[in-house]
Write a protein that binds this ligand. Sequence first.
Ligand SMILES: Cc1ncc(C[n+]2csc(CCOP(=O)(O)OP(=O)(O)O)c2C)c(N)n1
Ligand SMILES: [Mg+2]
Length: 347
Amino acid sequence: MNPVPYDKSFALKLLFDMLRIRRMEEKCAELYGAQKIRGFLHLYIGEEACAVGALHALAPEDNIVATYREHGHALVRGVSMDAIMAEMFGKAAGCSRGRGGSMHLFNAATRFYGGNAIVGGGLPLAVGFALADKLSPKETSSGALGRQRVTACFFGEGAMAEGAFHESMNLAALWQLPVLFCCENNLYAMGTALARSEAQTDLCTKAGSYGVPTLKADGMDIVAVHEAMKLAAAHVRDGLGPFFLELQTYRFRAHSMFDPELYRDKAEVEEWKTRGPLHTFSARLKTEGKLTEEEFLALDAKANAEVQAAVDFAEAAPWESIEDLLKDVCSPPSPASGRGAGGEGPP
Ligand SMILES: Cc1ncc(C[n+]2csc(CCOP(=O)(O)OP(=O)(O)O)c2C)c(N)n1
Ligand SMILES: [Mg+2]
């Protein structure tokens, strides 16, 4: 294997962000058992190299759109762990004011546009963002119309069976929009293996049918992800139109907290765990003299301390007041009062 092509400081940053996601989600699983976190919870454990490697290849002005398996993307993007944890608890201090929960993390300040519970739902949103950028005048006077911003859209391979995928690819390719489609192919859509639902299991062939350039990368290898994403982002940023990147990865945990996992062999899961991004990357860094065991333990302790502080913050945060519960809730006006359930009437 080639040496890690990053200096120690950047390599440790990548490792630390993967640790932050892992420790945060392990704690979320525990809190779910304790009924502190309720509703749906989809863990990203095993897939951390994808979000960390990919997001570190983007610029702060780029847009991100993700799925319901988005805790890691939000965290790496810069949404605070406190705000994420409070959102999981349903507290008003959460990044979506406690109204969204695990599947709907959102933070406009970091251009993190969700968190989307609808499979494939983020794809048309991303195309819309990219269209807006293409039609907006650049701040510089140097060239063609359009801001040089990338909209990166993360989705699972299951979304590629949705009509929204085809409509989004078509418009992005037709109008040459600055959108980076990033498919996290973890081989299963809930309990359905790719080959059980797709006639074309080569996802790059499928996406490539729209004339969009494609690339596959090993989603368990953070270096491969980061390098592929840099290339893809440069293509989009240079105004060369959309790009499709497939990250081949695997989730180590169940689809959500309600999944008995009858559709895959334990041996398969164990086999993939040997390729786990945290231990393979840290082993590589140790071999190359960029990481000592003491440094690893210190990073891990720092990640755990951040998680504990976030849990304390979420526990202590107040619930939304009862008077505010109907705020921002829309309903049709009732014929009797002419007012909606929100009590404020139609806008
Ligand atoms: C439009 C729609 N159909 C079905 C569902 C139910 N559902 C939730 S997750 C999921 C599987 C999606 O798998 P994939 O896109 O591969 O993402 P992964 O969960 O593997 O990250 C399904 C079918 C949904 N949320 N939205
Ligand atoms: Mg999947």
